[in-house]
Design a binder for this molecule. Structure first.
Ligand SMILES: [Zn+2]
Length: 313
């Protein structure tokens, strides 16, 4: 099978730049069926970084984000559950987010996270979102949201105290460049907070190619704590905290995607109806994984490190 060269391109490792991939698995889009053929998950033989190749050319992504893609369109029940979880998490992160800090969220979708931060008491929040309809929804909430990406929208250097990347880095064609740009946008001592799926998790092992963290071709990279820490260190950050989420979301999704892969669509629809109860049922397993530092959803907090030039007396 040949990938359509106008849409897909072979890419080197985004972590070390080598082009020496070891094939691991073929991944299909089990959630939305947007792929004409499965894409290959590979591991870089030089550094171990796992990524998709070929992957959509930058600018060709839109066909793979259908209208029902959930960050852009949530049901009222999942939106409500998500808001409760976000409020708890923002409460824990408040020492980093409290006024007078200025906050940028890259890839803010419809602005749920920024709205929670604003409601908690910090109105100085800005969003950046490439999908125009999602950005418009965020603006309708009264948020300041620019339509575009780090490559297309210019901010003054050092203009933010915190940059948030919530399940965004794995979508980007150039994660290293994104972190380099974010480092410039942060004032000295500013922080980046990054949420990503964890390829070194129990759920990734248990569900194999049906693990929700792969989500091809929307996710291009599969980070682990080790590879994300390496990328942060190489782009001028020091990691302060690594948090493993404890809720059962990825286990409920894993069962649904296994059913999809097996062609058991009635079973998948039944599991979808019981999505929230399944999440609750799976929570003890997810909590154990978190205790073992093997959760499938992690959050790293990193602070800018003074550059060598700044550190000179
Ligand atoms: Zn590599």
């Amino acid at each position: 099978m040949t990938a359509d060269a106008t849409v897909f391109e072979h890419v080197p490792c985004a972590l070390c730049g080598a082009d020496d991939p070891e094939p691991l698995a073929w991944l299909d889009d089990l959630r939305f069926g947007t792929l004409p053929f499965p894409l290959q998950l590979v591991a870089c033989r030089r550094c171990g970084f796992r990524y998709l190749t070929p992957q959509p050319r930058p600018g060709c992504e839109q066909a793979f984000y259908p209208d029902e893609y959930d960050p852009y369109r949530r049901t009222s029940l999942t939106a409500c559950a998500r808001r409760i979880l976000l409020r708890r998490e923002m409460h824990a992160l408040w020492p980093l987010l409290a006024p007078p800090r200025r906050i940028l969220e890259v890839g803010c979708a419809t602005g749920e996270l920024l709205q929670v931060i604003r409601e908690a008491g910090n109105p100085d929040v800005v969003g950046l979102e490439p999908e125009p309809t999602a950005a418009e929804t965020a603006r309708a909430r009264g948020l300041t949201v620019l339509t575009g990406t780090l490559a297309t929208v210019q901010f003054a250097p050092g203009s933010f105290d915190v940059v948030l990347l919530q399940h965004v880095l794995e979508h980007l064609a150039e994660p290293r460049r994104a972190l380099e740009q974010i480092r410039l946008l942060l004032r000295p001592g500013g922080s980046v907070i990054i949420w990503v799926p964890n390829g070194a998790s129990w759920a990734a092992t248990v569900f194999g190619d049906a693990w929700m963290g792969y989500d091809p071709p929307r996710h291009r990279s599969v980070f682990t704590p080790a590879t994300l820490r390496q990328l942060l260190a190489e782009t001028g950050f020091t990691v302060l905290d690594e948090h493993h989420e404890w809720h059962g979301l990825e286990w409920a999704w894993g069962l649904r995607l296994l059913a999809s892969r097996a062609g058991a669509h009635r079973l998948e629809r039944s599991l979808a109806r019981f999505h929230l109860p399944l999440i609750l049922l799976a929570t003890p397993v997810a909590a154990l994984a978190a205790l073992a530092r093997r959760s499938g959803r992690i959050r790293l907090i990193a602070r800018t490190r003074p550059s060598d030039a700044q550190a000179m007396p």
